[in-house]
Write a protein that binds this ligand. Structure first.
Ligand SMILES: [Zn+2]
Length: 414
Protein backbone atom coordinates (compact mmCIF):
# COMPACT_ATOMS: atom_id res chain seq x y z
CA UNK A 1 0.00 0.00 0.00
CA UNK A 2 2.63 2.46 -1.07
CA UNK A 3 0.03 5.11 -1.96
CA UNK A 4 -0.65 5.77 1.68
CA UNK A 5 -4.04 4.05 1.87
CA UNK A 6 -4.46 2.59 5.32
CA UNK A 7 -1.87 4.82 6.96
CA UNK A 8 -2.73 5.18 10.62
CA UNK A 9 -1.12 5.57 13.97
CA UNK A 10 2.20 7.40 14.08
CA UNK A 11 4.78 6.92 11.33
CA UNK A 12 7.51 4.43 12.17
CA UNK A 13 10.03 6.67 10.49
CA UNK A 14 10.41 9.62 8.19
CA UNK A 15 12.75 9.75 5.23
CA UNK A 16 13.98 13.11 3.92
CA UNK A 17 15.43 13.32 0.42
CA UNK A 18 17.38 16.35 -0.79
CA UNK A 19 17.79 16.63 -4.59
CA UNK A 20 20.80 18.28 -6.18
CA UNK A 21 19.32 21.27 -8.00
CA UNK A 22 22.29 23.62 -7.78
CA UNK A 23 21.33 26.87 -6.07
CA UNK A 24 17.73 26.02 -5.15
CA UNK A 25 15.60 23.71 -3.05
CA UNK A 26 13.79 20.42 -3.69
CA UNK A 27 12.96 18.11 -0.78
CA UNK A 28 10.72 15.06 -0.48
CA UNK A 29 9.44 13.93 2.92
CA UNK A 30 8.23 10.32 3.13
CA UNK A 31 6.33 9.30 6.27
CA UNK A 32 6.46 5.52 6.57
CA UNK A 33 3.74 3.75 8.59
CA UNK A 34 3.44 0.26 10.01
CA UNK A 35 2.90 -2.14 7.14
CA UNK A 36 4.82 0.06 4.72
CA UNK A 37 2.13 2.53 3.68
CA UNK A 38 3.70 5.90 3.00
CA UNK A 39 2.56 9.52 2.86
CA UNK A 40 4.61 12.11 1.00
CA UNK A 41 5.13 15.85 0.96
CA UNK A 42 7.17 17.71 -1.67
CA UNK A 43 8.73 20.95 -0.45
CA UNK A 44 9.78 23.31 -3.27
CA UNK A 45 11.24 22.39 -6.65
CA UNK A 46 13.43 24.93 -8.38
CA UNK A 47 16.88 26.16 -9.27
CA UNK A 48 18.55 29.50 -9.88
CA UNK A 49 21.56 28.37 -11.82
CA UNK A 50 21.24 24.74 -12.93
CA UNK A 51 18.23 24.14 -15.20
CA UNK A 52 20.00 21.06 -16.61
CA UNK A 53 19.76 19.43 -13.17
CA UNK A 54 15.98 19.86 -12.89
CA UNK A 55 15.03 17.15 -15.40
CA UNK A 56 16.98 14.40 -13.60
CA UNK A 57 15.84 15.71 -10.20
CA UNK A 58 12.15 15.70 -11.14
CA UNK A 59 12.46 12.26 -12.75
CA UNK A 60 13.92 11.07 -9.47
CA UNK A 61 11.09 12.70 -7.48
CA UNK A 62 8.57 10.84 -9.65
CA UNK A 63 10.39 7.55 -9.08
CA UNK A 64 10.90 8.09 -5.34
CA UNK A 65 7.28 9.11 -4.79
CA UNK A 66 5.75 6.38 -6.93
CA UNK A 67 4.14 9.15 -8.99
CA UNK A 68 2.05 10.67 -6.19
CA UNK A 69 2.54 13.07 -3.31
CA UNK A 70 -0.13 13.92 -0.74
CA UNK A 71 0.85 17.57 -0.40
CA UNK A 72 3.06 20.17 -2.05
CA UNK A 73 4.58 23.08 -0.15
CA UNK A 74 5.86 26.13 -2.04
CA UNK A 75 7.69 28.05 0.66
CA UNK A 76 7.86 31.31 -1.31
CA UNK A 77 7.80 32.77 -4.79
CA UNK A 78 11.52 32.88 -5.60
CA UNK A 79 12.73 31.26 -8.83
CA UNK A 80 15.03 28.83 -7.03
CA UNK A 81 12.05 27.32 -5.17
CA UNK A 82 9.56 26.89 -8.00
CA UNK A 83 11.27 27.10 -11.42
CA UNK A 84 10.53 23.44 -12.26
CA UNK A 85 6.78 24.19 -12.20
CA UNK A 86 7.25 26.73 -15.00
CA UNK A 87 9.23 24.44 -17.31
CA UNK A 88 7.40 22.84 -20.25
CA UNK A 89 8.83 19.40 -19.45
CA UNK A 90 9.02 19.25 -15.67
CA UNK A 91 5.86 21.32 -15.07
CA UNK A 92 3.46 18.66 -16.42
CA UNK A 93 5.44 15.96 -14.60
CA UNK A 94 4.94 17.76 -11.30
CA UNK A 95 1.25 18.31 -12.09
CA UNK A 96 0.88 14.53 -12.42
CA UNK A 97 1.82 14.10 -8.75
CA UNK A 98 -1.79 15.03 -7.92
CA UNK A 99 -1.49 16.39 -4.37
CA UNK A 100 -4.65 16.78 -2.26
CA UNK A 101 -3.27 19.89 -0.59
CA UNK A 102 -1.03 22.78 -1.72
CA UNK A 103 0.46 25.10 0.88
CA UNK A 104 1.77 28.58 0.17
CA UNK A 105 2.35 31.68 2.31
CA UNK A 106 -0.47 34.17 2.93
CA UNK A 107 1.15 36.61 0.51
CA UNK A 108 0.09 34.33 -2.39
CA UNK A 109 -3.64 34.45 -1.52
CA UNK A 110 -5.34 35.30 -4.83
CA UNK A 111 -8.28 37.05 -3.17
CA UNK A 112 -6.13 39.19 -0.89
CA UNK A 113 -7.39 42.76 -0.61
CA UNK A 114 -4.50 44.69 -2.18
CA UNK A 115 -5.96 48.12 -1.55
CA UNK A 116 -3.67 50.57 0.15
CA UNK A 117 -6.13 50.66 3.07
CA UNK A 118 -5.06 47.14 4.06
CA UNK A 119 -1.48 47.04 5.31
CA UNK A 120 -1.02 43.37 4.37
CA UNK A 121 -2.47 43.92 0.91
CA UNK A 122 -0.33 47.02 0.44
CA UNK A 123 2.76 44.98 1.31
CA UNK A 124 1.91 42.37 -1.32
CA UNK A 125 1.27 45.15 -3.83
CA UNK A 126 4.76 46.41 -3.04
CA UNK A 127 6.19 42.93 -3.64
CA UNK A 128 4.37 42.73 -6.99
CA UNK A 129 5.75 46.11 -8.03
CA UNK A 130 9.22 45.04 -6.90
CA UNK A 131 8.99 41.97 -9.10
CA UNK A 132 8.11 44.24 -12.02
CA UNK A 133 11.29 46.13 -11.25
CA UNK A 134 13.32 42.91 -11.19
CA UNK A 135 11.82 41.96 -14.54
CA UNK A 136 12.77 45.34 -16.01
CA UNK A 137 16.33 44.97 -14.72
CA UNK A 138 16.63 41.50 -16.25
CA UNK A 139 15.15 42.67 -19.56
CA UNK A 140 17.66 45.48 -19.90
CA UNK A 141 20.27 44.06 -22.27
CA UNK A 142 22.54 47.11 -21.97
CA UNK A 143 23.10 46.58 -18.27
CA UNK A 144 22.83 49.00 -15.39
CA UNK A 145 24.55 52.29 -16.11
CA UNK A 146 27.64 52.72 -13.94
CA UNK A 147 27.74 49.12 -12.73
CA UNK A 148 31.08 47.32 -12.69
CA UNK A 149 31.08 43.80 -14.23
CA UNK A 150 31.07 42.32 -10.70
CA UNK A 151 28.24 44.58 -9.59
CA UNK A 152 26.24 43.73 -12.73
CA UNK A 153 26.71 40.04 -12.00
CA UNK A 154 25.42 40.49 -8.44
CA UNK A 155 22.46 42.57 -9.63
CA UNK A 156 21.54 39.99 -12.29
CA UNK A 157 21.80 37.13 -9.83
CA UNK A 158 19.60 38.75 -7.19
CA UNK A 159 17.08 40.33 -9.55
CA UNK A 160 16.82 37.02 -11.44
CA UNK A 161 15.47 35.34 -8.32
CA UNK A 162 12.62 37.80 -7.96
CA UNK A 163 11.17 37.89 -11.48
CA UNK A 164 7.40 37.24 -11.44
CA UNK A 165 7.65 33.50 -12.40
CA UNK A 166 4.20 33.64 -13.96
CA UNK A 167 4.29 30.25 -15.72
CA UNK A 168 5.36 28.47 -12.54
CA UNK A 169 2.61 30.11 -10.49
CA UNK A 170 0.00 29.17 -13.10
CA UNK A 171 1.15 25.57 -12.93
CA UNK A 172 1.08 25.59 -9.11
CA UNK A 173 -2.48 26.96 -9.20
CA UNK A 174 -3.46 23.89 -11.25
CA UNK A 175 -1.86 21.35 -8.90
CA UNK A 176 -5.10 20.93 -6.99
CA UNK A 177 -8.64 22.38 -6.99
CA UNK A 178 -8.85 25.94 -5.66
CA UNK A 179 -10.36 24.78 -2.36
CA UNK A 180 -7.32 22.52 -1.80
CA UNK A 181 -4.93 25.48 -1.72
CA UNK A 182 -4.10 26.97 1.68
CA UNK A 183 -2.37 30.32 2.11
CA UNK A 184 -0.92 30.31 5.59
CA UNK A 185 0.43 32.66 8.19
CA UNK A 186 2.11 31.87 11.49
CA UNK A 187 -0.03 29.93 13.92
CA UNK A 188 -2.65 28.78 11.41
CA UNK A 189 -3.71 25.17 10.96
CA UNK A 190 -1.68 23.73 8.06
CA UNK A 191 -4.31 21.12 7.20
CA UNK A 192 -1.50 18.56 6.89
CA UNK A 193 -2.66 16.81 10.07
CA UNK A 194 -5.64 15.37 8.18
CA UNK A 195 -3.36 13.89 5.51
CA UNK A 196 -0.51 12.69 7.73
CA UNK A 197 -1.84 10.64 10.65
CA UNK A 198 0.28 11.00 13.75
CA UNK A 199 2.21 14.00 12.42
CA UNK A 200 1.83 17.46 13.98
CA UNK A 201 2.79 20.42 11.81
CA UNK A 202 3.19 23.89 13.31
CA UNK A 203 3.29 26.91 11.02
CA UNK A 204 5.92 29.18 12.60
CA UNK A 205 5.96 31.76 9.81
CA UNK A 206 5.48 33.97 7.97
CA UNK A 207 3.64 36.36 10.25
CA UNK A 208 1.34 38.91 8.68
CA UNK A 209 2.37 42.54 8.77
CA UNK A 210 -0.20 43.11 11.47
CA UNK A 211 1.59 40.55 13.62
CA UNK A 212 5.13 41.60 12.74
CA UNK A 213 5.67 45.00 11.08
CA UNK A 214 9.41 44.23 10.81
CA UNK A 215 8.90 42.09 7.70
CA UNK A 216 8.06 45.27 5.81
CA UNK A 217 10.97 47.26 7.12
CA UNK A 218 12.75 47.15 3.80
CA UNK A 219 10.00 49.22 2.26
CA UNK A 220 9.46 52.92 2.71
CA UNK A 221 6.45 54.36 4.53
CA UNK A 222 4.70 54.47 1.18
CA UNK A 223 5.68 51.10 -0.27
CA UNK A 224 3.93 51.13 -3.61
CA UNK A 225 5.22 54.57 -4.47
CA UNK A 226 8.71 53.47 -3.46
CA UNK A 227 8.68 50.64 -5.97
CA UNK A 228 7.00 52.66 -8.69
CA UNK A 229 9.85 55.08 -8.36
CA UNK A 230 12.27 52.23 -8.82
CA UNK A 231 10.37 51.00 -11.88
CA UNK A 232 10.88 54.36 -13.48
CA UNK A 233 14.57 54.13 -12.66
CA UNK A 234 14.62 50.70 -14.27
CA UNK A 235 13.03 52.14 -17.38
CA UNK A 236 15.83 54.65 -17.54
CA UNK A 237 18.61 52.07 -17.24
CA UNK A 238 20.73 52.27 -20.34
CA UNK A 239 18.82 55.35 -21.43
CA UNK A 240 16.96 53.55 -24.22
CA UNK A 241 13.46 53.37 -22.81
CA UNK A 242 13.12 57.06 -22.00
CA UNK A 243 14.44 58.21 -25.34
CA UNK A 244 12.23 55.77 -27.22
CA UNK A 245 9.12 57.05 -25.46
CA UNK A 246 9.98 60.65 -26.29
CA UNK A 247 9.76 61.43 -22.60
CA UNK A 248 12.83 63.62 -22.53
CA UNK A 249 13.77 65.79 -19.61
CA UNK A 250 14.32 68.87 -21.78
CA UNK A 251 12.52 68.32 -25.11
CA UNK A 252 14.25 69.82 -28.09
CA UNK A 253 17.40 70.79 -26.21
CA UNK A 254 20.71 70.27 -27.99
CA UNK A 255 22.51 67.11 -26.86
CA UNK A 256 26.18 66.28 -26.65
CA UNK A 257 27.97 62.94 -26.73
CA UNK A 258 29.53 62.30 -23.35
CA UNK A 259 33.01 62.06 -24.84
CA UNK A 260 32.64 65.63 -26.09
CA UNK A 261 31.75 67.02 -22.65
CA UNK A 262 34.25 68.78 -20.42
CA UNK A 263 36.23 66.64 -17.95
CA UNK A 264 34.24 68.14 -15.04
CA UNK A 265 30.90 67.17 -16.60
CA UNK A 266 32.18 63.67 -17.47
CA UNK A 267 33.41 63.29 -13.87
CA UNK A 268 30.01 64.30 -12.49
CA UNK A 269 28.13 62.01 -14.90
CA UNK A 270 30.33 59.04 -13.98
CA UNK A 271 29.65 59.69 -10.28
CA UNK A 272 25.91 59.84 -10.93
CA UNK A 273 26.07 56.55 -12.84
CA UNK A 274 27.89 54.97 -9.90
CA UNK A 275 25.16 56.14 -7.52
CA UNK A 276 22.54 54.77 -9.90
CA UNK A 277 24.19 51.34 -9.89
CA UNK A 278 24.48 51.34 -6.09
CA UNK A 279 20.81 52.21 -5.77
CA UNK A 280 19.73 49.45 -8.15
CA UNK A 281 21.82 46.92 -6.22
CA UNK A 282 20.38 48.14 -2.93
CA UNK A 283 16.82 47.89 -4.24
CA UNK A 284 17.17 44.36 -5.58
CA UNK A 285 18.73 43.29 -2.26
CA UNK A 286 15.78 44.81 -0.38
CA UNK A 287 13.33 43.01 -2.62
CA UNK A 288 15.23 39.73 -2.21
CA UNK A 289 15.01 39.99 1.60
CA UNK A 290 11.34 40.94 1.51
CA UNK A 291 10.55 37.92 -0.71
CA UNK A 292 12.62 35.58 1.48
CA UNK A 293 10.65 36.80 4.47
CA UNK A 294 7.43 35.56 2.92
CA UNK A 295 8.74 31.99 3.39
CA UNK A 296 6.59 29.40 5.11
CA UNK A 297 8.38 28.00 8.16
CA UNK A 298 7.08 24.51 8.97
CA UNK A 299 7.93 22.41 12.01
CA UNK A 300 7.04 18.71 11.70
CA UNK A 301 6.72 16.58 14.84
CA UNK A 302 6.81 12.87 13.97
CA UNK A 303 6.79 10.67 17.07
CA UNK A 304 9.73 11.99 19.07
CA UNK A 305 11.46 13.50 16.01
CA UNK A 306 11.28 17.17 15.05
CA UNK A 307 12.04 18.44 11.51
CA UNK A 308 12.39 22.10 10.59
CA UNK A 309 11.83 23.44 7.05
CA UNK A 310 12.11 27.26 6.98
CA UNK A 311 12.45 27.98 3.25
CA UNK A 312 14.59 31.10 2.98
CA UNK A 313 13.12 32.93 5.99
CA UNK A 314 15.39 35.68 7.29
CA UNK A 315 15.61 37.39 10.64
CA UNK A 316 12.49 39.57 10.33
CA UNK A 317 10.33 36.46 9.73
CA UNK A 318 12.13 34.42 12.38
CA UNK A 319 11.88 37.13 15.01
CA UNK A 320 8.14 36.53 15.34
CA UNK A 321 8.44 32.78 16.00
CA UNK A 322 11.45 33.17 18.27
CA UNK A 323 9.49 35.64 20.38
CA UNK A 324 6.94 32.96 21.29
CA UNK A 325 8.21 30.91 24.27
CA UNK A 326 6.20 27.78 23.38
CA UNK A 327 7.62 27.72 19.84
CA UNK A 328 11.14 28.46 21.06
CA UNK A 329 10.74 25.45 23.35
CA UNK A 330 9.75 23.22 20.42
CA UNK A 331 12.72 24.46 18.40
CA UNK A 332 15.14 23.22 21.06
CA UNK A 333 14.29 19.66 20.11
CA UNK A 334 14.94 19.93 16.36
CA UNK A 335 16.52 16.71 15.01
CA UNK A 336 16.71 17.72 11.33
CA UNK A 337 17.20 21.25 10.04
CA UNK A 338 16.88 22.22 6.37
CA UNK A 339 19.43 25.02 6.43
CA UNK A 340 17.66 28.29 5.61
CA UNK A 341 18.43 30.27 2.45
CA UNK A 342 21.19 27.97 1.18
CA UNK A 343 23.39 28.81 4.16
CA UNK A 344 23.20 32.60 4.30
CA UNK A 345 24.11 34.17 7.64
CA UNK A 346 20.88 35.97 8.38
CA UNK A 347 18.59 33.00 7.63
CA UNK A 348 19.98 31.02 10.56
CA UNK A 349 19.81 33.65 13.30
CA UNK A 350 22.10 33.07 16.27
CA UNK A 351 19.02 33.06 18.51
CA UNK A 352 17.73 30.06 16.55
CA UNK A 353 21.08 28.28 16.33
CA UNK A 354 21.61 28.65 20.09
CA UNK A 355 18.28 26.94 20.76
CA UNK A 356 19.21 23.68 19.00
CA UNK A 357 19.92 21.25 21.85
CA UNK A 358 21.06 18.40 19.60
CA UNK A 359 24.19 20.11 18.33
CA UNK A 360 27.34 18.41 19.50
CA UNK A 361 30.62 16.71 18.63
CA UNK A 362 30.95 14.08 15.90
CA UNK A 363 29.69 10.71 17.02
CA UNK A 364 27.21 12.10 19.55
CA UNK A 365 24.07 9.99 19.64
CA UNK A 366 21.02 11.75 18.19
CA UNK A 367 23.20 14.52 16.78
CA UNK A 368 21.41 17.25 14.83
CA UNK A 369 21.14 16.43 11.11
CA UNK A 370 21.43 19.39 8.73
CA UNK A 371 20.80 19.47 4.98
CA UNK A 372 22.09 22.40 2.96
CA UNK A 373 21.10 22.84 -0.68
CA UNK A 374 23.56 25.32 -2.13
CA UNK A 375 26.21 26.28 -4.67
CA UNK A 376 29.40 28.17 -3.85
CA UNK A 377 29.93 31.42 -5.73
CA UNK A 378 26.38 31.84 -7.03
CA UNK A 379 25.19 34.35 -4.48
CA UNK A 380 27.52 36.74 -2.72
CA UNK A 381 28.37 35.48 0.78
CA UNK A 382 26.31 32.26 0.55
CA UNK A 383 26.97 29.90 2.20
CA UNK A 384 28.20 32.17 4.99
CA UNK A 385 31.82 31.66 5.97
CA UNK A 386 30.85 31.59 9.65
CA UNK A 387 27.81 29.32 9.42
CA UNK A 388 29.19 26.57 7.15
CA UNK A 389 32.06 25.59 9.52
CA UNK A 390 29.70 25.67 12.53
CA UNK A 391 27.31 23.33 10.73
CA UNK A 392 30.22 21.05 9.84
CA UNK A 393 31.63 21.02 13.38
CA UNK A 394 28.47 20.66 15.40
CA UNK A 395 25.98 18.81 13.19
CA UNK A 396 25.80 15.91 10.73
CA UNK A 397 25.87 18.18 7.67
CA UNK A 398 25.18 17.07 4.10
CA UNK A 399 25.54 19.60 1.29
CA UNK A 400 23.92 19.16 -2.10
CA UNK A 401 27.05 20.51 -3.79
CA UNK A 402 29.21 17.84 -2.16
CA UNK A 403 27.25 14.68 -2.95
CA UNK A 404 29.04 11.63 -4.28
CA UNK A 405 29.94 11.95 -7.94
CA UNK A 406 26.93 11.23 -10.16
CA UNK A 407 24.40 11.32 -7.29
CA UNK A 408 21.22 13.31 -7.94
CA UNK A 409 19.94 13.08 -4.38
CA UNK A 410 20.70 12.25 -0.76
CA UNK A 411 18.31 10.54 1.67
CA UNK A 412 18.37 10.12 5.41
CA UNK A 413 15.92 8.37 7.70
CA UNK A 414 14.95 9.38 11.22
ZN1 LIG B 1 16.29 30.17 -2.18
Amino acid sequence: MSNGQGANGTPDSVQVTMYDVGFGDCFLLSFIYVGGSTKRVLIDCGTRNAPAKMGPAVNQVLTDSGGHVDAVVITHRHLDHLSAFGDSQTGPQLLSLGPQLVLQPWTEEPDLDKSAADENGAHVQMLDAGQGFAQAVMGNSVGVKGASPEQQQIINCIAGLSIPNKAALECIAKLAPANAHSYLSAGQNSGLGNLLPGVTVTVLGPPTLTECPAIAKESSSNPSEFWQLQESIAAMLGGGAMAASGDELLPGAATLERCMASPEVRWALNRLDGINAQNVERFVRCLDSAMNNTSLILLFQVGNKVLLFPGDAQWENWSYALGKPEWADQLKGVDLYKVGHHGSGNATPKDLWNLFDHKGPAGQQGRLVTLMSTTVGEYNGVPASTLAPALGNETDLTRSDQLASGATSYSCTL
